[in-house]
Design a protein. Structure first.
Length: 94
C-alpha cells in the first residue's frame, strides 16, 4: 500500500512539475529501515525511482541515507546506483 501510494504521488507530481526551477525530488526524508543492509529501503528507492523516471527522466533524485539520513553502508554493499541522482547525508553531530 505504501509503495503504491508513493508511486502514485511521485508520478502525479512528476507529471505536473516539469518546471526548470524544480531541481529534483527527495523521495523519502530521513528513512529508518531496520532490515539487514537496508534491503527494504533500497527496494523501495529502486521501485520509486523507476516510477518517477517513467514520467520525468530529467530531474535529480535525492536519496537520504538509512537511519535518519546518516548511514550509506547498505547502499555501498548493495552497489546501489541511480542515474542523475545525489545522496543526502544528515549529520546531527554536535
Amino acid at each position: 500500500m505504501r509503495l503504491q501510494l508513493g508511486e502514485g504521488q511521485a508520478t502525479a507530481h512528476a507529471e505536473k512539475v516539469r518546471h526548470p526551477w524544480v531541481a529534483g525530488y527527495n523521495l523519502l526524508n530521513e528513512p529508518t529501515d531496520e532490515s539487514p543492509g537496508a534491503t527494504r529501503l533500497l527496494d523501495f528507492y529502486t521501485r520509486l525511482a523507476k516510477a518517477v523516471r517513467a514520467v520525468d527522466p530529467d530531474h535529480i533524485l535525492c536519496f537520504d541515507g538509512n537511519t535518519f539520513g546518516a548511514d550509506f553502508s547498505g547502499f555501498e554493499a548493495a552497489g546501489f546506483t541511480c542515474e542523475n541522482s545525489i545522496f543526502s547525508c544528515h549529520d546531527y553531530a554536535t
